[in-house]
Ligand binder design. Structure first.
Ligand code: MN
Ligand code: MN
Length: 475
């Protein structure tokens, strides 16, 4: 199998387009470092492109017609964006779904305490982290605090140049003799990953009281308000160009906001006068990193409900589907047909082959930086357990679509057999009986506070997703 380094094939114009895309990508990442921030940034971009709130359309009762652009947000942490196609929705959607939550440290409900003069916020890590990566490195605090009266304060501390940052302290190497003998898994105590927030008593006011006063005065937050807050400690700082050749991006949260960004960019980039055969849909969900549970995770009925609303608003107005004309079938049956006939790209990042950790990969079936969009026929671990294994018919069709649109792609498994594994939202959507395959860009240092991706892969992802959205019903 010949591999293609995409940098070698780009024209001057394409190089410029790659840079432009990468710059918007970095802005997108900076604007959305939590699932809430990411969803509100996605909605901002959608509204700019003329997308309308589904709720408003339901209220007005105006039926949807081909070309319409609609979005809906669920609990501020998941969202779907639809671009209505010419075909009746029961013929199926073209769906690209990704997640907008990333590994981080959540602040506990009763977090604030003072110990030996230092004031801390107690944390509970979220998602799969390597604990050592979070020590002695600047952290920002993002999130929302909802007060008893329902008013909410959005918090973002540590991102502006003159903002203070927070930190988790580490033990100096001089006192590391005993700890050097320990196993990594016992080395870091999750209960001792608390964020240092202050050390200054003020006159008779203790250091903790001083911190609480600052929270009260600056943000209107009382200590009890932590009970109804969602605060996340994330790496402080902006997404950066990486490498002396500036070929890469170093940023927090590329798993999986690279997929959110590339799929939204592909959807929003479709020209207004472009007639799409099938309804295209970008799905952004929360909670993937902790198992897709909860009302905003993929296991919630949120997407199914949104699809039902779309169907309810598209009754009539479309070409007749033959003997099973839309109007003759119940909404429930139409919904089931629509989901079964859908096709999905479960967009999520892949582990890029890392020469520094060669033995954990199998070279032929690894993803490489700058080798294009990655398709993972299956994920899972230890004998493909838990995997959504895509059908070869679907993969063959995708090969054709990608080649027709000159999209550079590669296929990969997540590491060598029996070295571990992972999952995505693919298997959950596959429950509807639709074709689903995992795909996304390759990332080095996945799940680290700072992940590395190639600008070129992001460009190929946008091209690939646009080709997918534009694809028609016939396979
Ligand atoms: Mn992911
Ligand atoms: Mn992940």
């Amino acid at each position: 199998m010949e591999r293609k380094n995409v940098w070698k094939v780009y024209s001057k114009e394409e190089m410029m387009a790659v840079e432009e895309l990468s710059s918007s990508y970095r802005h997108f990442l900076d604007a959305g470092k939590t699932e809430r921030e990411c969803i509100s940034e996605a909605v901002r971009l959608a509204v700019e492109k003329g997308y309308q709130d589904l709720e408003t359309l339901i209220q007005s009762g105006r039926p949807l017609k081909p070309g319409d652009k609609v979005y809906t947000v669920h609990m501020k942490k998941s969202a779907v964006f639809f671009r209505i196609g010419e075909e009746p929705p029961e013929r199926g959607f073209n769906i690209i779904g990704s997640h907008v939550d990333s590994p981080r440290l959540d602040i506990k409900q009763v977090p604030c305490y003072e110990e030996s003069g230092n004031v801390y916020l107690d944390t509970h890590y979220y998602g799969g982290i390597k604990k050592y990566q979070w020590f002695a490195s600047p952290l920002a605090l993002h999130g929302t605090v909802v007060k008893k009266d329902g008013t909410a304060a959005d918090i973002c501390i540590g991102e502006k140049e003159d903002d203070p940052v927070l930190v988790i302290t580490d033990l100096l190497p001089h006192l590391g003799r005993e700890r050097n003998e320990q196993k990594v898994k016992d080395f870091f105590d999750a209960e001792k990953m608390d964020v240092l927030t202050g050390n200054r008593p003020l006159g008779e006011t203790a250091a903790k009281e001083h911190i609480l006063n600052i929270l009260r005065e600056k943000y209107g937050i009382e200590e009890e308000d932590f009970l109804s807050a969602e605060l996340e400690a994330v790496p402080a700082g902006k997404a950066r160009e990486c490498g002396l050749d500036q070929s890469m991006v170093l940023a927090y949260g590329q798993d999986d906001r690279s997929s959110a960004f590339s799929s939204l960019t592909a959807l929003f980039g479709l020209e207004d006068d472009r007639k799409l055969e099938r309804t295209s849909c970008c799905l952004l969900v929360d909670k993937e990193e902790t198992g897709s549970n909860g009302a905003t995770g993929m296991k919630s009925r949120f997407f199914e409900n949104a699809a039902a609303e779309i169907l309810a608003l598209t009754e009539g107005g479309f070409r007749d589907c033959g003997p099973d004309a839309a109007s003759k079938a119940s909404l429930d049956l139409r919904l089931r047909r629509s989901l079964m006939n859908s096709r999905m790209l479960s967009a999520d990042v892949s582990a890029a082959f890392d020469p520094m950790f060669e033995k954990y990969f199998e070279k032929k079936n690894s993803a490489y930086l700058a080798n294009g969009l990655v398709f993972n026929k299956y994920s899972g671990s230890g004998g493909k357990a838990g995997a959504n294994d895509a059908n070869p018919e679907y993969m063959a069709w995708l090969r054709r679509i990608m080649e027709e649109h000159h999209v550079v792609f590669q296929t990969a498994e997540l590491g060598a057999v029996d070295q571990g594994g992972g999952g995505t939202i693919a298997y959950i959507m596959a429950k509807y009986g639709m074709d689903v395959i995992d795909c996304g860009i390759a990332v080095l240092s996945m799940h680290a506070p700072w992940e590395v991706s190639s600008k070129a892969d992001l460009y190929e992802a946008v091209k690939g997703y646009a080709a997918f959205f534009g694809s028609c019903t016939e396979k």
